[in-house]
Design a binder for this molecule. Structure first.
Ligand code: ADP
Ligand code: MG
Length: 509
């Protein structure tokens, strides 16, 4: 694979370029700042003048979210991409922001075919007809960074061609510079997220997006993930094969895969697909990659997979891939093993080693202060005032301890969020505790020896204790079963009660 030569260096170089892209400059970095500043400034100013003055925090957040969403749409690809990342961060970002940004589908019109032809011919150094016997002029998908065309190689192979938009790489660099100039000004002014401040978010975003701008990195990600799946004998997931020679910075030719779209659950069932097994396979493969190999697909969502009629999952889009060095991989492993045996201190230490807490954090003080070993309070039994106060208190304390969200942890949490929504879509009536126990047992049985060597305790000798998992779902240890449907119902009850509470408070004023 000719394109593979030097990819390691490329990857290191890309990562090393991030600090320069987001460095805090004294002078505004070019004209893009003006457009961006005007657009975001207008959104924030109107929000200040209108919704923020209403005094209702939820209405205020909703208003800001709506205004930011419109500004993001207007600002184009970089911001649409940022908005999409935020929209899949349920639980990491405020609910109002997440649900508003879900509307940020890619509304970027496709590039004309003449442009596509020019890029492909330029990067491959050959006329189109020398490589393809046919290429569809209308893309099957057009997103903010790239568009994807079906094609047939002269050898007869059915492929897709992912082509990067011509100006996007430059635009992203300008946007990152502008963003990082503006972000510090937003600190404390807008409610962003529990564990992030705008400059930290820009850094996080920059680290993620620059890797997506070179398709040679993406192609290598595909090979690495495919290798992990092969080594762990995980046959329920397939990865398209990148072409051995037709890969460049802006062009990625790969095997074409097909299947049911994630939304088409009825179609899957009709074809006799075991949808619960599909959800489990995705979760297991992702956890296995992260905990045992340190590589995982970092952008699991419904648009990035197909379900084949034989029940196997075709995984797509490897632009964002989580990579953990050995120390962090082991920290992840300890975090997850700690979760299944309810080892609070072990989990906290793992989070610290992942960079979520400063290295000198007094873990016992955190446990005491946040009351982490106290019996869980059922949020459906709490009053809205209690719940709001509880969340505010927790956030404040975490921030005071210097908590933050490193990139890999963010990708991991996002995937876990998707994994649980997948459970709701594909297996709503399966017991979650049985499912988690099943997965824990799978890891103990299949990887017991390695896990024992890595974390120093043999999972085969440990009793699964789901008290901590149950606490994170907000249920007490007495609860024996919980389905995804029941969990969603509990969340709905809480949200409704909170909304009613807010309406009543507004009415009283
Ligand atoms: N190998 C493939 N075979 C078939 N369809 C694909 C393939 N790769 C991508 N696609 C289609 O193109 C869409 C966009 O590709 P993706 O890699 O997800 O791009 P982006 O990074 O812009 O999200 C996918 O959602 C899928 O529908
Ligand atoms: Mg995609």
């Amino acid at each position: 694979m000719a394109w593979r030569r030097g990819v390691e260096r490329l990857r290191a170089g890309t990562a090393a370029s991030v600090p320069a892209l987001v460095r805090r400059r004294r002078l505004p970095p070019g004209a893009r700042v003006v457009t961006t500043g005007a657009s975001l400034g207008r959104a924030v100013a109107f929000w200040y003048a209108v919704e923020r003055r209403s005094g209702d925090p939820s209405a205020s957040r909703a208003g800001l979210s709506r205004r930011l969403r419109r500004a993001f749409e207007h600002l184009g690809p970089t911001y649409i991409k940022l908005g999409q990342i935020i929209s899949s961060g349920e639980g990491i970002f405020p609910d109002e922001l997440v649900s508003e940004f879900r509307h940020l589908r890619d509304r970027v019109p496709a590039e004309p075919f003449a442009t596509v032809r020019a890029i492909v011919e330029d990067d491959l150094g050959r006329p189109l007809h020398a490589v393809f016997s046919h290429i569809e002029e209308t893309p099957r998908a057009a997103a903010s960074i790239a568009q994807v065309h079906d094609a047939t190689l002269v050898t007869g192979e059915q492929v897709v061609v992912k082509v990067q938009r011509p100006t996007v790489a430059q635009l992203v660099r300008k946007d990152l510079a502008a963003m990082s100039w503006i972000a510090p000004a937003l600190i404390g002014r807008i409610p962003v997220a529990a564990l992030a401040n705008p400059p930290a978010l820009v850094d996080l975003f920059a680290e993620t997006i620059v890797e997506e701008l070179d398709f040679r990195l993406e192609a290598e990600n595909m090979l690495d993930i495919a290798r992990v799946l092969a080594e762990s004998d995980q046959r329920a997931i397939v990865v398209p094969r990148p072409h051995p020679t037709l890969v460049t910075r802006r062009v990625l030719v790969m095997e074409r895969l097909d299947g049911f779209s994630y939304e088409d659950v009825a179609g899957m069932r009709e074809a006799g697909v075991d949808t619960a097994a599909v959800a489990r396979a995705c979760t297991v493969a992702f956890l296995e990659g992260a905990m045992l190999y340190g590589v995982f697909h970092g952008d699991l969502h419904g648009g990035n997979l197909f379900v084949q009629p034989d029940g196997r999952v075709a995984l797509l889009d490897f632009g964002i891939t989580g990579r953990l060095d050995e120390q962090r991989r082991q920290a992840f492993l300890r975090l997850l093993v700690g979760g299944t045996v309810n080892d609070v201190r072990g989990q906290l230490a793992a989070l610290r080693d992942l960079g979520a807490l400063p290295a000198d954090t007094d873990l016992d003080a955190v446990i005491r202060d946040l009351d982490l070993t106290a019996p869980v309070k059922d949020p459906t039994q709490m009053t809205p005032e209690e719940l709001t106060a509880e969340i505010r208190e927790l956030t404040k304390k975490l921030l005071a301890y210097g908590a933050r969200l490193p990139k890999e942890l963010m990708l991991f949490v996002k995937n876990m969020v998707f994994s649980s929504s997948m459970q709701m879509t594909l297996a709503p009536d399966a017991d979650l505790f049985a499912e988690i126990t099943h997965i824990a047992t799978y890891f103990a049985t299949k990887h017991g020896e390695r896990i024992a060597a890595d974390v120093g305790v043999d999972p085969r000798r440990l009793e699964v204790d789901l008290a901590g998992v149950k606490a994170s779902f907000g249920v007490t240890d007495e609860v024996q079963t919980l389905t995804a449907r029941e969990l969603a119902e509990r969340r709905r009850v809480i949200q409704q009660r909170m909304a009613r509470h807010q309406r009543e408070r507004r009415a009283r004023r």
